[in-house]
Design a protein around this ligand. Structure first.
Ligand code: UFG
Length: 345
């Protein structure tokens, strides 16, 4: 058995997939989640897939005393993967203080408690949002591209949390950290036992696509077809959530088992830019389902085009996105069908 890892937000979309991959790799996992945006039965799903039930504590990371109690209860925790955060861009514009309070307090609590409880490493969920719209010469974007002013309080929490970790380590804190900058995580576990559960009307493209294919939404709107891209629609780097989960396992191994630098940052993407229109065409081809879609005006705050240069993660982490977009979209559709079958959507 390898080390014990604390996964905050472990019942969420990326957290649950990462827990499965950590357990498959032999790690023991303790999940902490306040269930504000997920359900505890995800634990059953994780157990069904991996054959191991992770420990679960229904605790809010913003509660310093309760988090202290978690580390005391599980003295073997050596590493943390910190997913727990508020993550809706639009909501963050309406409720900035909620976003700043949640996303800063939870990280500050973890950084305070790590030395006290001898926790060596932390992997932080960051985002390509820190690059804003990269200048043309910086596409595909590398880790050394300039950080642009955040477009939303949510994006700002990612940037400032990166800085908080950096300053803490520069001050001599006895910890190591890896910042993973995710591009657009999509899809669900091939078993369709766990997946993405958006609340209400989805804001993100893939749940909107699968819900439209299912007939839950009448029509998918493509936001803008007058961008400076080959087909006029926005370009993103869509990364399969299971591939992304595996990147966390590699990052944790690197932090805990090697003498790597105390602070490192990696882009986690496929390296392939895909337009919204291409994505819809690939979904239709992969699933055989015809989508009702139409062009609509641009969405405020959207980045025109961004995709990763993942060379550093490929070489240094020894990680590579392996799953095709077709298979990834098939998994998203299988998950949507499962939700329907179970009467959940
Ligand atoms: N889109 C549509 N129609 C929809 C939904 C989305 O055309 O109904 C388009 C968007 O305009 C965008 C693309 O699909 O071009 C992807 O949109 P998402 O909302 O799925 O993802 P974003 O790239 O806008 O946002 C994601 C994360 C954020 C993160 C951001 C970083 O959701 O948390 O990447 O760039 F901040």
């Amino acid at each position: 058995m390898k080390q014990t890892i604390l996964v905050t937000g472990g019942t969420g979309f990326i957290g649950s997939h990462t827990t499965v991959e950590l357990q498959n790799a032999g790690y023991k996992v303790v999940i902490v989640d306040n269930l504000s945006n997920s359900k505890s039965d995800v634990i059953d799903g994780i157990e069904k897939i991996s054959g191991v039930r992770p420990a679960f504590e229904h605790v809010d990371c913003c509660d310093l005393k309760a988090m202290d109690g978690v580390f005391t209860k599980y003295p073997d925790i050596q590493g943390i993967i910190h997913f727990a955060a508020s993550k809706a861009v639009g909501e963050s514009v309406e409720k900035p203080l909620l976003y700043y309070r949640n996303n800063f307090t939870s990280l500050l609590n973890l950084l305070d408690l790590m030395p006290k409880h001898n926790v060596k490493g932390i992997i932080f969920s960051s985002s390509c949002t820190v690059y804003g719209q990269p200048d043309p010469e910086n596409l595909p974007v590398t880790e050394s591209a300039p950080i642009k002013k955040a477009e939303s309080p949510y994006g700002n929490t990612k940037q400032v949390n990166e800085e908080i970790i950096t300053d803490d380590i520069n001050s001599g804190a006895p910890i190591k950290a890896i910042l993973l900058r995710y591009f657009n995580p999509i899809g669900s576990h091939p078993s369709a036992i766990i997946g993405e559960m958006p609340n209400g009307v989805p804001m993100n493209l893939i749940p909107y696509v699968t819900q439209t294919a299912m007939g839950i939404r009448e029509q998918l709107k493509i936001f803008g077809n007058d961008y400076d891209t080959p087909d006029g629609t926005c370009i993103r780097d869509y990364i399969y959530v299971v591939d992304l989960a595996k990147a966390h396992v590699k990052a944790m191994q690197r932090v805990l088992d090697t003498d790597s630098d105390k602070l490192e940052v990696f882009n986690i993407g496929t390296g392939k830019g895909v337009s919204t229109l291409e994505l819809i065409e690939t979904f239709q081809k992969a699933t055989g389902v015809k989508l009702n879609w139409a062009y609509a005006p641009r969405r405020a705050g959207d980045i025109e085009k961004v995709w990763a240069n993942p060379d550093k993660a490929n070489k240094v982490l020894g990680w590579k996105a392996e799953t095709s977009l077709e298979d990834t979209l098939k998994s998203a559709w299988k998950w949507q069908q499962k939700l329907r079958k179970e009467g959940l959507q």
